[in-house]
Design a protein around this ligand. Structure first.
Ligand code: NAD
Ligand code: UFG
Length: 339
């Protein structure tokens, strides 16, 4: 297939480009580089041995998107582009709604006008809020999102489902990611956060490399085995492969389909820290801090539907996630070195 990848220079997008091209698909990337480096694409090209057309275009720029769409004929779009920092979204709600919802509305319109009605969307386990059941299946009701970022994911899911209902030519696959971590085993591409990392693993790797003195563990009084938060961490390469598998749903004209992409296994913050230390032989000093506003105790998936319907199952375990996250950070202490 020929696939438009929005947000393709970002963390998950760059790993997905590798898997798509290695599976024989062609890809074209659109990204405004607001949270990524153009250099990630050079690394992807090096890994797949192929040139990948790139357009520095904002998805809110209708003319820009039109130009890309008329230059290429796409069979499908995988839509990663968006802002994703939970805390920042509370400070700047308008910017999040305008970029994520406004941008996606422009993208959907340009797609349908150009006859491309196959879409895979990056949603998030955040739409479940504080989940009603654990492990979380796709039939679990959506919950209350405590921040504008989560609201954009939940609202965009509704918008896409409504559009698909009104026009059955659309095929929409909503992928609800659990917690992607790690990096490509080559160490050539990985997560490249701007400033102080919000998420656990990039913070851990920055402590490991000496950029930050210690990790703050947000709360040790949750109702979990060791009191720290439990999440379903998934290797970013497994997550990327989930997108290749999701194309099968498009091929069989799924209408609208929702899949959890997780491993089904929950680990606590301290389990992650201990595993990282053991696998990589690097100490991670940490201090228990108060709970972070909006966090929940436990979140992990039931990933059986994706295995049943897409033949996809995560292969990597926590040890490989820790190994590859460190391999990337150690070999690229300044990320792609351009910000
Ligand atoms: P990322 O920030 O690395 O990638 C997003 C990319 O989108 C960046 O390259 C950024 O420059 C680009 N972008 C942002 N706004 C744009 C716009 N208006 N026009 C064009 N490009 C734009 O983030 P990621 O971790 O790779 O996440 C990819 C997607 O997956 C996002 O939609 C995110 O919300 C979603 N997601 C991420 C996680 C996670 O933990 N990383 C979890 C669940 C869902
Ligand atoms: N944590 C710490 N210290 C840190 C960072 C995180 O103790 O410095 C803890 C958190 O309290 C939580 C766990 O580590 O218990 C994971 O936190 P992350 O910030 O890495 O991930 P979240 O589960 O909070 O959220 C992430 C993304 C969301 C996405 C969600 C589900 O940031 O965008 O996963 O996919 F919606």
């Amino acid at each position: 297939m020929n696939i438009l990848v929005t947000g393709g220079t970002g963390y998950i997008g760059s790993h997905t480009l590798v898997e798509l091209n290695q599976a024989g698909h062609d890809t074209v990337v659109v990204d405004n580089l607001s949270n990524s480096s153009r250099r990630s694409l050079d690394r992807v090209e090096e890994l797949v041995g192929k040139r990948i057309p790139f357009y520095e275009v904002d998805i809110r720029d209708r003319q820009g998107l039109e130009r890309v769409m008329t230059q290429h004929r796409f069979d499908a779009c995988i839509h990663f582009a968006g802002l994703k920092a939970v805390g920042e979204s509370v400070e700047k709600p308008w910017e999040y709604y305008e970029n994520n919802i406004g941008g996606t509305l422009v993208l959907l319109d340009v797609m349908r006008r150009n006859g491309c009605k196959n879409l895979i969307f990056s949603s998030s386990a955040t739409v479940y809020g504080d989940p009603a059941v654990i492990p979380i299946t796709e039939t679990c009701p959506k919950g209350h999102c405590t921040n504008p970022y989560g609201q954009t994911k939940s609202m965009l899911e509704e918008i896409m489902m409504d559009m698909q209902k009104a026009d059955p030519e659309w095929n929409v696959v909503l992928l609800r990611y659990f917690n992607p971590i790690g990096a490509h085993p080559s160490g050539r591409i990985g997560e490249n956060p701007n400033g102080i990392p919000n998420n656990l693993m990039p913070y851990v790797t920055q402590v490991a490399v000496g950029k930050r003195p210690e990790l703050g563990v947000f709360g040790d009084d949750y109702d979990t085995p060791d009191g720290t938060g439990v999440r379903d961490y998934i290797h970013v390469v497994d997550l990327a492969k989930g997108h290749v598998a999701a194309l099968k749903a498009i091929e069989r004209r799924c209408g609208c389909a929702i899949y959890n992409l997780g491993t089904g296994q929950g680990y606590s913050v301290l389990q992650v820290v201990k595993t990282f230390e053991r696998v990589n032989q690097v100490p991670i000093p940490y201090r228990i801090k108060p709970r972070r506003a909006g966090d929940i105790a436990t979140c992990y998936s039931d990933p059986a539907k994706a295995e049943r319907e897409l033949g996809w199952k995560a292969q990597y375990g926590l040890e490989e996630m820790c190994r590859d996250a460190w391999n990337w950070q150690r070999n690229n202490p300044e990320g792609y070195g351009d910000r």
